[in-house]
Design a protein around this ligand. Sequence first.
Ligand code: F6R
Length: 615
Amino acid sequence: MCGIVGYVGDEECAGLLVEGLRKLEYRGYDSAGVAVLGKKGLEVVRAKGKLSNLEARLGEHMPKGATGIGHTRWATHGKPSDENAHPHKYGGVAVVHNGIIENHLELKDELLKQGHKFSSETDTEIFAHLIHREIEKGLRLPEAVRSALKQVKGTYALAVMSEKFPEMLVVSKNASPLVVGLGDKCNFVASDVPAILAHTRDVIYLEEGDFAVITKGEVELTNANGEKLNRGVKRIDWTPTMAEKNGHKHFMHKEIHEQARALTDTIRGRANIEEGDVFLDGCRLDAKLVQRLTKVQIVACGTSWHASITGKLMIETLARIPVEVDLASEFRYRDPLVDDKTLCVAVSQSGETADTLGSFREAKSRGARGLAICNVVGSAIAREADDVLYTHAGPEIGVASTKAFTTQLAAFFLLAVRLGRLRGTLSVPDAQKHLEALFEVPMLVERVLKYEEQIKAAAYKFSNARDLLFLGRGPQYPVALEGALKLKEISYIHAEGYAAGEMKHGPIALIDENMPVMVLAPRDSTIDAGVNYEKILGNIQEVRARGGRVIAIHSEGDTQVPKLAEAAIPLPQTNPLLMPIISVIPTQLFSYHVADHRGTDVDQPRNLAKSVTVE
Ligand code: F6R
C-alpha cells in the first residue's frame, strides 16, 4: 500500500522517479507526486488520480535536480486529492510515507498550538512538521528524523529530504517494506525492487527499525539505537523486462500467460523422480521434526487463502496430518490452539500482508515452527520464517493475483510430498507418480491457454451479467472461490464461489435465467472414485431445472457436461490434486476478458492495492 521511490546522484531525477512510480503503481494509485531538490530549492509536484495525471502536470513544469523522492498513494487518512497526495512539504522538508501514524491527532494538536499550519488531512504531514521543528532546534537531518520517529506511534516506511541538507535522503522502516538500491555514483530507495530494477540489481532489504542515510557515494545503515549495521547486499535475479508488459495489453494478461514458465521455475531443481522425493532449498525440515508435528496451521489472505485451502487437501491427502486453514485477519485475534508441535505455514505473494505477518508472529510466539510460502525474496514474512519456500513466479504487477496462485499450489504440492515422505505416509512409487504428474503440469497449462478464444467468446457472452455463481466440489471448491474473487475484483460483477453441495442449502434460491453459473466439472476419478464428477452432474441439472444458464469447465473428451451447458471449456486431465492449477486458468481468462470487454481498469481495479500492509 503506497509506493515510495527515491534517488540521489548526478542525474536529473524527476523522470526517473516517475518511471519508478510506474512500477509501483500497483501498490496504490489514487494520487502521486514527486519532490526534487535543485538550484531552485525544493519543488513538489502532485496530482490526484493516476500517474498519467502527474505526468501531465510535469509536462507543464518539470522540476530540475538530482535528489528526489516520489510517491504513489493508497488513501488511509484523507480522501484522494492534490493536497493529500505525497510528498508533504513543510519548512523546506519533504516527506513520503507508507503506513499509518496512530498518534497523529495528538501530535497535530500540539503543533497547532505552536502555530504550525497544516495543508492536508493526512497523518503523514505530521512528519514534515516534526522534522522541521527538530532542524530548527539545530539538529542535522538524520538526527532530526530520528528524533521525530521517537515521537510517533505506528507503522512507516519513510523517505525524507531537506533543503538545508542537499544531496541526502534519510529513510527508515517499521512494518512497511523498504529496499535500498546501490548504483554507480548514485543510490536509490524504493518500496519494492521493480521500481529500481532498470538501474541496479544490488539491493539491501531494510529490516524493522533500520535507519539509513543515503548520499550518492554512501549508504550508512544503523539500527533504532544508532548502532552501525551491515545487512549484506543481495543480487536480484529478476530482469527489468520481467516487470514490463511485453506486448500484452495488461500485466494480468501477461501474467496469466507466464504461468507455465513460473511453474517450471517453482518446480525446477526441487523434485527428483528417481528418488521419489523433494528437496526444498530454504527449508530445514527433517524426519524427527516432522514426526513430532500434531498439526499444520496455515494463515493467509485473499487469493493466497484460496491456495491454502487446496494446500490443506494436498497435505492431508499425502502426509496424513491434520491441517487448519485460517484467514489471517481472523486467526490473530482468536486465541488459537498452536504450540511447539505445530507447523505454521504463512502464504503470501508479497510477503508483506499485515494480517498474515501478524498471524505468523502470533503462531511463532506460541512456539510454532514458521514456514513461509512467498514470492518476494527478502520480504518481511520470508525474513521472519524458520523455513522459506519461494514460489519463483517473478514480479506480479497486476493487482489481481494469477501466477502467484498457481505457483503457490505447486509449492504446496512439493511441500505435501516432502512431508509425506518424511512422515512415511507416501511410498517412493506413489511419490514418483505424483512428481511425474507435477512435471507435466506446465505443459498442460500451455495446452489450456490455447483455449483462450473459446473462453473469450464465453466471457463476451456473459459480460453483461449482474451476478455470477461459481460452483465446485472437492479440489475444485477453492477454484470456485478464486474464480468468483477474480471476477468481482476486476469486472465489478457480483460473484460468489460455493461448494456445489451447499447450493441446496441457500444459493439455489438465487438461480434463474439472470444468474449464470460457472461449474467446475472436470473428471477426477482417482481421488474420489468419480463421486465429485457424478455429483456435480446432478448440480448442473438442478441449475438447469431452475432456468439457470451454465458455463461448464470440463475434461477434454467428456461428452456429458458440454451437452448441458450454454458455454463449455475443455481442460486436459491430470492428478486431481493438481487439477486446480489447470482449472483455475479458464476462470482467470474468463474474468480478464469480461473485465476488458466492460472496459474496467484491469491491472488497477478501483479501491484495491497489491500489498495490503495495513490491517
Ligand atoms: C486477489 C489478491 C488478494 C491477495 C491478498 C493477499 O487477486 O491479489 O486477495 O491475494 O491481498 O496478498 P499476499 O498474497 O501478497 O499476502
